[in-house]
Design a protein around this ligand. Structure first.
Ligand SMILES: *[C@@H]1O[C@H](CO)[C@@H](O)[C@H](O)[C@H]1NC(C)=O
Ligand SMILES: *[C@@H]1O[C@H](CO)[C@@H](O)[C@H](O)[C@H]1NC(C)=O
Ligand SMILES: *[C@@H]1O[C@H](CO)[C@@H](O)[C@H](O)[C@H]1NC(C)=O
Ligand SMILES: *[C@@H]1O[C@H](CO)[C@@H](O)[C@H](O)[C@H]1NC(C)=O
Ligand SMILES: *[C@@H]1O[C@H](CO)[C@@H](O)[C@H](O)[C@H]1NC(C)=O
Ligand SMILES: *[C@@H]1O[C@H](CO)[C@@H](O)[C@H](O)[C@H]1NC(C)=O
Ligand SMILES: *[C@@H]1O[C@H](CO)[C@@H](O)[C@H](O)[C@H]1NC(C)=O
Length: 760
């Protein structure tokens, strides 16, 4: 009954909606950014009326339009591609004018001949690639001298576009500009009169009003707007109002909304309301975070807490521990679209498409725009829909309660069947030794699948049939008991898709056992060092694995409630599940830091040869940069399939790091890569990974990037990357045996452990 009613109302609603959207020229524009990970072919162009392809640049000597060769193909095929899903979508070529290349821009606008070159080239390029218009972005408001020239440019541009249309018989190119809030530079302006005359519309970037990097963070309310005393420009109403006050037309204004927000470090964890004191950006260098990432963060680390929408500021915010994040949720986007409608603006635009999560925000914006039509029947529809929703909701609630009841009684049965130990909210099974013996066939050697940090690991099957990995503390291990406790303590508190989940423990009769989820695809070393199995991991799969490991480490260092240093990141500790997703395992050597502690000393040297940073080997100092170093080594191994225990180059005179560094420096990185890898169809490039890896293994821990920086560098091909310095001096030891194995190419044993190799 409920379903039928809903379907009926839904169809009714849909048909009314279609009627509305045909009859107006409400703009729904979106920015696609060439540096993003979203392929043009995956843009859901049906959600938009206009799509902007960003950014082309300006050549500093000719003032012609310049498109980076990397993106030439995406730009040239942009219009064709997006029109396949929505033939009526209008495309614009977006040119980056100001800010970063403002010197080029200001010298272009101040001379008639250079303006002419720019204008001609822009029209030519737009026509060549089939764009329907041009968008000029990034131009900041300026002083009267520069803005007079800019006004002239706009007027000349319009005249040129009109004349080209007359001569070619094609419809006139759209001319659009993206402008900033006036508050940013109160004394400065735009040539409003020329803009009104020459432009089809202006996108107003009504966001980024409060950036973690821009303000003094010690003042009150710094989490939202630094210590700036004026908060009047904070809401979008004031941004838009300022444009109208300066004489611009509402009917030519398009409200630009962000698909990103900012993450801040709170001064005081308990003071986390809007406006709480913050000390600066977190996660990324400027604190910015795409919606998709924010959502994943909330899902993975939010512990059930929801974000709060603050209408005054038109943003949602969210806190986890020391992190404060503001962002535009679907709710905020809907409110802004409604606002734009109420104000009589021309439409909205969004920056940028890649940050949307499965088109959630774009769909919300589109639907809201349709909903706000001034339609007589609107109210009726709302009432009908409300009734339908209520029926549906009641149905859902009844269904939910039923299910919950059933689930609860099932749970009860399960709990009574096995004893359950609740450890910080994590349900850990406590199994008897008898169960474990049965599961593993009394630790039969045939079931042994490996050797963990402090004892053998067996494959087992619990009475209910679940396959598990059973790690047994070796009776001969001196330090095992401590590591066992450490691992139980840590792993039960950590939960992340890229960490191996601990299911239970057994602590009986001097027998200490940990039970993990079984990982059917063994560990990373099983593949990358094997002459045949390496072909099972192509570059795409390896990229997924690298990304997973990065996420796991980010969680350990940044997103969990404490900072954890694993201290034994290596290929054999990266396990692979049935879908080849990587899971970091073996927390026996991990250390917890309090957040403000940045390094510590230890007397006992642990870790695995080849993955241990020099400062640790020499002085026993460890910090978060320990895992960064190990990650760097691992990354080099993943791209090369080479071991740390072997020597390379002429006369086998270089260890892995020296070899990589030399090749990279001589521009011969290709020589280093696993010959089975081909990155030509991936956005992740081998050479980029190699450079990032070399940055991670630099001698000075301070020179190594943080995991957050590593993440950004790998994920964002356009992020600037520094030149690595010489890698850490790796201590060598007499390893004739191992080296012989390298020569014979049967180096398939585990990387030798240096636990207690350097006693004090
Ligand atoms: C700018 O144009 C000049 C002259 O055509 C050309 O030599 C130069 O390579 C261009 N610059 C860039 C960055 O493409
Ligand atoms: C351009 O797009 C068309 C589809 O519109 C596609 O068939 C073609 O392969 C694309 N060309 C390039 C060079 O990407
Ligand atoms: C235009 O800008 C260039 C470079 O900034 C400068 O050298 C030149 O003098 C300016 N010309 C005019 C006419 O202002
Ligand atoms: C106006 O702006 C131009 C270009 O940005 C700059 O060269 C000039 O010095 C500015 N003039 C004043 C009075 O600030
Ligand atoms: C930052 O704000 C605090 C408190 O308002 C003030 O004492 C301090 O001088 C400011 N620092 C700077 C660099 O402006
Ligand atoms: C927006 O600002 C104007 C002028 O400051 C004010 O009159 C109006 O009530 C405001 N509207 C909203 C929705 O806040
Ligand atoms: C939004 O934030 C302001 C400033 O902190 C606060 O005064 C207001 O009560 C908040 N509104 C909501 C709905 O949380």
């Amino acid at each position: 009954m409920a379903a039928k009613t809903t379907t009926f109302f839904f169809l009714l609603f849909l048909s009314l909606n279609l009627q509305c959207s045909n009859s107006d020229n409400w703009i729904r524009a979106g920015y696609w950014h060439s540096g993003s990970t979203l392929p043009v072919s995956e843009i859901n162009s049906a959600l938009f009326t206009h799509l902007m392809c960003a950014f082309a640049r300006i050549n500093s000597s000719t003032y012609h339009i310049l498109i980076d060769s990397t993106y030439q193909r995406s730009f040239s095929n942009f219009t064709n591609t997006v029109k396949r899903k929505n033939p009526s979508v209008t495309t614009l070529l977006s040119i980056w004018g100001g800010k970063q290349n403002s010197e080029i821009f200001s010298s272009m606008i101040n001379q008639s001949s250079s303006r002419q070159s720019f204008i001609e080239s822009s029209i030519e390029t737009a026509r060549l690639y089939g764009f329907d218009g041009l968008n000029l972005a990034g131009v900041m408001p300026g002083n009267s001298t520069s803005m007079t020239n800019f006004g002239t440019l706009l007027e000349d541009w319009r005249a040129a576009v009109a004349s080209e249309s007359r001569n070619s018989g094609k419809s006139e190119l759209l001319l659009v500009m993206t402008g900033y809030n006036f508050w940013e530079t109160r004394l400065l302006s735009y040539p409003v009169e020329s803009m009104k005359k020459s432009l089809d519309w202006v996108n107003v970037l009504a966001f980024d009003n409060y950036l973690p990097t821009r303000y003094n963070f010690t003042g009150p309310h710094s989490a939202l707007y630094g210590s700036s005393s004026s908060s009047s420009w904070l809401n979008i109403n004031d941004s838009v109002q300022e444009w109208l006050n300066r004489g611009f037309l509402a009917t030519k204004l398009v409200l630009c909304m962000p698909y990103h927000g900012y993450a801040w470090k709170l001064v005081n964890t308990n003071d986390n309301a809007v406006g709480a004191p913050a000390s600066g950006p977190t996660f990324t260098t400027d604190g910015s975070m795409g919606y998709k990432f924010t959502k994943a963060y909330i899902r993975d680390y939010g512990y059930g807490a929801a974000s709060v929408y603050n209408g005054t500021f038109g943003v949602n915010f969210f806190t986890v521990g020391q992190t404060w994040i503001n962002f535009d949720s679907a709710e905020a986007i809907r409110a802004k679209v409604s606002f734009a409608k109420e104000k009589g603006l021309l439409g909205y635009s969004v920056f940028q498409l890649a940050n949307d999560d499965n088109w959630e925000l774009s769909t919300a914006a589109k639907d809201q725009g349709g909903k706000d039509q001034k339609n007589e029947r609107r109210l009726l529809i709302i009432i009908l829909i409300t009734v339908a929703m209520a029926i549906l909701l009641i149905g859902t609630i009844v269904g939910y309660l039923k299910r919950k009841f059933i689930l609860k009684s099932r749970m009860k049965n399960r709990i009574s069947a096995t004893e359950n130990l609740s450890c910080n909210g994590h349900n850990l099974l406590v199994l008897s030794l008898t169960t474990i013996r049965e599961a593993t066939d009394n630790f039969a050697s045939g079931n042994k699948i490996g050797e963990g940090g402090y004892g053998p690991v067996y494959k087992g099957r619990l009475p209910k049939g679940q396959e598990v990995a059973v790690k047994r503390l070796s009776k001969f291990s001196h330090q095992g008991s401590e590591e066992f406790k450490n691992e139980v303590k840590l792993t039960t508190r950590l939960q992340h898709v890229n960490l191996v989940p601990v299911l239970g423990i057994c602590n009986e009769k001097e027998e200490k056992v940990l039970i993990y989820e079984f990982m059917p695809n063994k560990s990373l070393d099983f593949y990358i060092f094997d002459p045949y199995r390496r072909y099972l991991l192509d570059w795409r799969k390896r990229v997924d694995i690298i990304e997973g490991i990065t996420q796991g480490l980010l969680y350990l260092q940044e997103y969990s409630n404490f900072t954890i240093i694993h201290r034994d990141i290596k290929a054999s500790n990266i396990l692979l599940d049935s879908e080849m997703n990587p899971k970091i395992s073996d927390f026996g050597m991990a250390k917890t830091f309090t957040k403000d502690e940045c390094e510590a000393n230890t007397r006992r040297i642990v870790g695995t040869y080849g993955y241990v940073p020099p400062e640790y080997v020499r002085k026993g100092i460890y910090s978060m940069k320990y895992d960064v170093y190990s990650f760097g080594v691992l990354l080099l191994q993943i791209i090369s399939g080479k071991r740390t225990a072997c020597y390379y180059g002429p006369n086998d005179s270089f260890n892995l790091l020296e070899f990589a560094y030399r090749l990279w420096k001589d521009g011969e990185g290709m020589e280093f890569f696993d010959s089975s890898l081909d990155d030509s169809s991936s956005t992740w490039k081998l050479m980029r990974c190699m450079q990032v890896a070399l940055l991670c293994v630099q001698e000075n821990p301070a020179d190594r990037p943080t995991m957050l920086e590593v993440y950004t560098l790998l994920k964002n091909e356009t992020a600037t990357i520094t030149t690595p310095r010489k890698p850490a001096f790796s201590f060598t030891r007499d390893e004739d045996e191992e080296r012989n194995k390298c020569k014979l190419k049967i180096c398939s044993i585990n990387d030798a452990s240096i636990t207690q190799l350097v006693p004090r």
